[in-house]
Write a protein that binds this ligand. Structure first.
Ligand code: PEP
Ligand code: MG
Length: 763
């Protein structure tokens, strides 16, 4: 290691210094060097840490303890980790290092500057090894004493149990792993947020800026819906803005910590950013994107007229890294670029992630699931959703493309592989794996993607959004996915599954009724649906009434009262349950009524699992009885049982306004193939001639009568199927968030082809 000072300012950092300042330090240095306004910072280098170990005389004792450790022995791992951390904290930082740190700190500002102190780990041979998030960060630090203490704690955190385990598994020698510490002025932002320098899904030159009042944690933690601005880099204008109702903001409190403040009055609905501020942010984003030759995901903050860029990293959704297939040779030093394939299943949600396996056999085990882990389970269920939000990937034994795990993972944008049959048996707790949710493969260790080529071609050459005659809508199950869904530019929501919202409440609808808590239930439903409606102003949102099979309610409070059914898929679900449980139906209708009364006339209601027109007639009559003006609201049905396709004319006569193919169920009920059963998953055939004939028949009837006809099952996310449907006259296609760009393209291509064929015929 060459001679290197104990402290380096961002302005002094060069690319080669990454082994001294870690990935975080180097990235801040690089951003500073290209002129981005990064808050003032210096880095306590890895060499300072090494000098600390040597000069205090603890180095040998520390590494010897680690060398003797068997990391598979959990008790020993925890105890050695504690001992080693205590050792690091028990000695004084040598005077000259203390002096250099406090001198640098004094140069930051006269009366003491409040700083954030962040770890930035490095390894000599692999400076950017995936150590992110394993070491500590201390916010809101003021004064020499607290600063030195925070630096020493960051050093100690290099020996946290999880970090030691991870390094051992990846074959890193602890002696070659170092830690740098970034000391950075803490920005007390008046407004803050994130931006994508290009459209995160389509790659178009549209900068998407999200902003809210106060500190950025409010957006990052999802506790506030931010304003959303779209800036077109071609015309250099703000072309779209959605001003959200911002209920809270997070502000710094005292010398340490933060607090949440309720917003009242104008600030709640006032735009966070002026057009000039959006333009300024977009231009800074452009500088970063040009420099890195890749679209960036950037954190920003504004205080008065000062704009700050806090972090910039590549957007990964536009261009997914390729991972080699099974059998690829291991390269380099036994870790890194290639890996051994352990398992295969169905790629249910695209993306690639690496992390530590946590096997969840029971919902109680989810408390062991930490941020960034990989959740491995037989099949997810709704009470696992909070844990599913934290993980970097999901793997299941059971299920197909339309199971709970698949639907929720796609909504969360989390890579998932389902139907592996044996993940819970083959994978081990604590094992590090990489999941490729596109290909459906799982690799041992951290499998790295090949280095990114300069400029993603899709991003650079992306055309303006394609306009299609057939509406391209999006499916939503979790309100938190509404903004992502809206960012696709979809023409509305073709299916909002409210059961995911209800199943997340931890209590069954029956519980709310039995405990006289109907208002609470209605309020939850109202709030969740409103979030989605707000994201799609002026565009149709079809909200489906409750459709959860009884087994999905079982783990919830009140679930003990659910009937035990041999075959819940054919059981008491969908409209048939609501018709016989008027209280449950009435609570949902009450939420819809209040939304209509609040002016959301883009809300349409869709009934699931109808098998006879009389069910539609009865449901509508009940709504009328509860005061709904049924002639003037949009009511329609899912066509997901063969009988409803066969009887479509009778449904139209009964007054439906629209019909939407639920192919997930239509396929299973036409072919007698359980959609969640991995043993017959290969026989689940969306393009089976019987399924296509039913669909074709129903589309023709809808067209004849001018009824909107759509699809919201998973088959609508398959470009080939979407093209077939357009060719057969469907009016709209509703697909998953991740599938919208490719569906839009397939629809447009098919439409062009139809026009061309017609023109040639007439020529
Ligand atoms: C379907 O059956 O295709 C559908 C969209 O509904 P769900 O997947 O919720 O049963
Ligand atoms: Mg269905």
């Amino acid at each position: 290691m060459k001679e290197m000072p104990n402290v380096l300012w961002l302005e002094e950092i060069k690319k080669e210094d990454i082994v001294s300042v870690g990935g975080k330090g180097a990235s801040l240095g690089e951003m500073t060097s290209i002129g981005l306004p990064v808050p003032k910072a210096f880095v306590v280098t890895a060499q300072a840490f090494r000098r600390f170990l040597v000069e205090t005389g603890i180095e040998e004792a520390l590494f010897r303890r680690l060398e003797r450790l068997d990391v598979e022995d959990n008790g020993a791992l925890e105890s050695v980790s504690r001992d080693v951390q205590d050792l690091v904290l028990s000695v004084e930082i040598p005077d000259h290092i203390r002096q250099e740190i406090t001198d640098a700190y004094a140069r930051m500002g006269a009366d003491g500057t409040v700083v954030a102190v962040r770890s930035s780990a490095t390894a000599e041979d692999l400076p950017e090894a995936s150590f992110a998030g394993q070491q500590e960060t201390y916010l809101n630090i003021l004064g020499d004493v607290d600063l030195l203490d925070a630096v020493q704690r960051c050093w100690a955190s290099l020996y946290g149990a999880r970090a030691i385990y991870y390094r051992a598994k990846q074959g890193f020698d602890d002696r070659s792993v170092n830690i740098a510490v970034v000391v950075q002025e803490l920005i007390r932002s008046e407004k803050s947020g994130v931006m994508f320098t290009s459209h995160p899904v389509t790659g178009e030159p549209l900068t998407i800026v999200e902003g809210s009042w106060g500190l950025g944690e409010a957006i990052v933690s999802g506790s506030v819906s931010p304003d959303n601005y779209v800036f077109d880099l071609r015309s250099e204008r703000v072309v779209d803005r959605l001003i959200a109702e911002k209920e809270i903001m997070i502000i710094p409190e005292g010398e340490h910590g933060t607090k949440i403040v309720d917003l009242t009055g104008e600030q709640r609905t006032a735009p966070v950013l002026s057009d000039a501020e959006v333009a300024r942010l977009a231009m800074l984003g452009k500088i970063a994107e040009d420099h890195y030759s890749n679209p960036q995901d950037i954190e920003w903050a504004i205080v008065g007229s000062d704009v700050f860029i806090l972090q910039s990293r590549p957007i990964t959704t536009i261009r997914r890294p390729e991972i080699p297939r099974a059998g690829a040779e291991s390269a380099g030093k036994g870790r890194g670029t290639f890996g051994v394939m352990l398992l295969e299943g169905q790629g249910a949600s695209p993306g690639v992630a690496s992390g530590r396996v946590v096997i969840v056999r029971d919902v109680k085990d989810t408390s062991a699931v930490k941020d960034g882990d990989i959740l491995v389970t037989k099949m997810t269920n709704p009470d696992m959703v909070p844990a599913m939000r934290r993980v970097s990937a999901i793997v299941t034994d059971e299920g197909g493309m339309t199971c709970h795990a698949a639907i929720v993972s796609r909504e969360l944008g989390t890579p998932a592989v389902v139907g592996t049959k044996k993940a819970t048996k083959i994978l081990k707790d604590g094992q590090i794996i990489t999941v490729d949710g596109e290909k459906g493969t799982i690799y041992e260790g951290v499998v790295e993607a090949p280095a990114a080529a300069p400029a993603a071609p899709t991003a650079a050459a992306a055309p303006a959004q394609v306009i299609t005659g057939t509406l391209v809508k999006v499916n939503v199950s979790l309100p938190e996915a509404a903004q992502r869904a809206a960012a696709t530019g979809a023409d509305g929501v073709g299916l909002l599954r409210i059961e995911h919202l209800i199943l997340g409440l931890a209590k069954t609808p029956g519980w709310y009724i039995d405990h006289g808590e109907e208002e609470e239930f209605i309020g939850e439903l109202y709030g969740g649906i409103k979030t989605v409606l707000d994201a799609f102003p002026g565009k149709p949102v079809w909200v489906r009434t409750l459709d959860a099979p009884t087994d999905e309610f079982r783990n919830m409070e009140g679930g003990q009262d659910e009937p035990i059914e041999h075959n819940p898929m054919l059981g008491w679900r969908g409209i048939r349950r609501d018709l016989r449980s008027p209280d449950q139906f009435r609570m949902q209708v009450e939420a819809f009524k209040r939304l209509w009364a609040a002016g959301y006339d883009n809300l349409g209601v869709m009934f699931p699992m109808v098998n006879h027109p009389r069910e539609f007639v009865q449901a509508r009559a009940m709504m009328k009885g509860w005061g709904v003006d049924v002639e003037n609201v949009t009511l329609g049905i899912m066509v997901e049982i063969p009988s409803s396709a066969i009887l479509i004319e009778d449904f139209i006569k009964a007054g439906i306004r629209f019909a939407s193919f639920g192919t997930n169920d239509l396929i299973q009920y036409t072919l007698a193939i359980d959609r969640n059963n991995e043993n017959v998953a290969d026989m689940y055939e969306p393009e089976h001639p019987a399924v296509l004939r039913l669909i074709d028949y129903a589309i023709k009837a809808c067209r004849e009568h001018g009824i909107e006809c759509s699809i919201c099952g998973q088959a609508g996310s398959d470009p080939k199927m979407a093209a077939w449907l357009v060719g057969h006259g469907i009016t709209s296609v509703s697909a998953n968030i991740d599938a919208i760009p490719r569906i839009r393209e397939a629809v447009a291509r098919k439409e062009q082809q139809i026009l061309l064929d017609a023109a040639r015929r007439n020529a």
